[in-house]
Design a protein around this ligand. Structure first.
Ligand code: ZN
Length: 251
């Protein structure tokens, strides 16, 4: 059943990919696994399941660690504890995908009932609906701007030279990512009662600033208010940017 591949020259093992000498299960030069056996169907099936399962495990683990340790997770990731988790950009895109899926399925229902409860006059209603539609679309497409804005504004809170811009972006992708995930949960909750949609504001004033605050080695109550200011300012700038782009697009 299992055939050995002729890869032994003398008593040494050599990598089939880069031909370096291999001392363990994986090649220390290129990282390819050292296979003793010829590929077979069983290996392919195992790989198929491992790919999905491992990927899910890492995503699950990343979400769990951020929820459990918030800013301390991001700090340890930047300090080098990385292999067990999905990278920040990967994480953000994945969460954005989940959010868009939820948004496309339930977002319209919720926004429609909010519009209905606030607007009576027909002409105004039309205009607001039109603006709202553009804003909704843009908010989704432009979500990538939020981590950028957040990373820039973060400089006001984090001491100079502590993190470079790429590291601030890592913080942004993880923290904004988890905020968007919570947002998706609230969108689903709002299906039960549209008033629950207001819970979104809690994300901005509780978990997000707390996570940001934890990037400091020591923090107190004044750090919470400083990081809250950073979060609020980021969302404010983001909203202005999106509104500006929306108005430009509507012309
Ligand atoms: Zn190799």
């Amino acid at each position: 059943m299992k055939e050995t591949v002729d890869m032994n020259r003398g008593s040494k093992k050599f990598c089939l990919n880069c031909e370096s000498e291999v001392h363990a299960t994986y090649c220390s030069i290129c990282g390819q696994r050292f296979f003793l056996y010829k590929p077979n169907l069983g290996l392919l099936i195992t790989e198929f399941f491992q790919t999905f399962f491992l990927l899910d495990l890492r995503v699950y683990r990343t979400i769990r660690e951020i929820l459990k340790k918030q800013g301390r997770f991001v700090k340890s990731y930047i300090d080098g504890r990385q292999v067990d988790f999905v990278g920040p950009v990967h994480f953000f895109i994945l969460i954005l995908g989940v959010y868009l899926l939820v948004f496309v399925s339930v977002g319209n229902l919720i926004y429609d009932s909010i519009n209905d409860s606030f607007v009576q006059e027909d002409e105004t209603k039309q205009k607001i609906e039109q603006l709202g539609t553009f804003l909704k679309i843009n908010l989704n497409y432009l979500y990538f701007l939020l981590p950028l804005v957040f990373a820039m504004v973060m400089g006001l809170f984090i001491q100079k030279g502590r993190y470079n811009f790429a590291e601030k972006l890592i913080v942004s992708f993880y923290l904004i990512g988890i905020a968007i995930l919570m947002n998706s949960g609230i969108l689903l909750l709002a299906l039960l009662n549209v008033k629950l949609f207001a819970l979104r504001i809690l994300i901005i004033i509780i978990p997000l600033p707390i996570a940001l605050m934890q990037l400091k080695d020591e923090y107190g109550i004044s750090d919470y208010f400083k990081s809250l200011a950073v979060v609020l300012l980021s969302y404010f700038i983001y909203a202005i940017l999106v509104a500006g782009i929306t108005i430009l697009m509507m012309k």
